[in-house]
Design a protein around this ligand. Sequence first.
Ligand SMILES: [Zn+2]
Length: 462
Amino acid sequence: MIETGKPQKIAQPAAEQRCINAACAARFDLNARLYVCPHCDGLLDVAVSISPDLDSKELRAIWTSRLESLNSHDRSGVWRYRELLPFAADAPIVTLAEGNTPLYDAPVSAAYCDLDALTLKHQGCNPTGSFKDTGMTTAVTQALILGARTVVCASTGNTAASLAAYAARAKLQCAILVPRGQISHAKLAQSLDYGAAVLELDGNFDEAMRVIRELAEDETIYLVNSINPFRIEGQKTVAVELLQQRAWRVPDHVVVPGGNLGNSSALGKGFKELKELGIIDRLPRLSVVQAEGAAPFAGLFESDSNVLKPIEHPQTLATAIKIGAPVSWQKALRAVVESGGRVLSVSEQEIADAKAIIGRDGVGCEPASATTVAGIKRLVASGVIESDMDVVAVLTGHILKDTDYAINYHQEKLYTHDRAADTAKEERRLAGNYSNPPARVKSTKTAILEGLRRHEQQRDQA
Ligand SMILES: [Zn+2]
């Protein structure tokens, strides 16, 4: 890429790592190689102090001017907002032009939810097809700063694919630990092509997480799971890009899928920082939607407890959010509560139908993303969201991440476990309420026209 952008005024932000546990509140150097607080095991936040020389008007002007720049850092939808990031001006930035994802008006989905309008922010349009790229660009940059030789993650797939790509760009070795048989083919294919060492483990995602915490004690290895606070830093810029695309008009509700909860934590941090800077004057309500069989966060939200109870055997076909012990629940809870949002869960049938509806807006997403539209439909029905409110659903992954799911749904061959039944293993077939199966026809004009007529009829009935 030709870099013609003129160097702009860069105010290097002062930053440090802080324990989020209020009773501890320990502070650490920005470049201390830590994953959790060494005193209390609490999660760490990166605290960035924005230069007081930059007021909100100036920041907006800088970010707007960068939309026309040809400089590769300005063209990244993450590094464009580098005044908010904890990196020096000479940081060895690893970028694939992440971010820059579209906002779509989605009238079919809006009608399905009983809303006047609905906007989809499609993070699946990132370089590796998921929202993870916005956090990986900053985490892998931090790995270079710390002098790591190997980056490692345990992942259900999207994190792995993203880390593998950014590691390849940074010329770092990438180790991916995945639960055997639990990832979609597309995500595995990506990691293999990007040259990562893919190590399949017996056991589930949470067990893989435990092993890599041990590995992270090695100084040449840098751990890049969603516990990594530098990923949250990159991902928080999605809030800024979303607002910039809306001319800084704050939506009433922003709804995201909930798995490991790094994404909700990051969005919450992004909106909060924008408010503190005076760039927006209120927070959108941030709501999180989980799949019924993997909903420990929704369980926490509905209970009187302050502590998340992990789910030992999470079950959902939305593999990207099939997580029983989400690491970032405290940060996510803070973000939801501060903004006045909700946490809820939806059934496998609701997810599958919502996904097909999103498709009818011409927008393809992976199953986990469709929890948003399913959740919004419920929140409208229960009166939490009013029909004329301004709502944004964040889609997190691309439809091509899981084509088996889509094909099975449309052919009415999508099976799930029936958790309501006594035997947890009993399978249940999901109804193809909005299915669109292929049809076999003779190769004559009459047969094709008849096939089209029938297709139209079937669609009208649905
Ligand atoms: Zn602590």
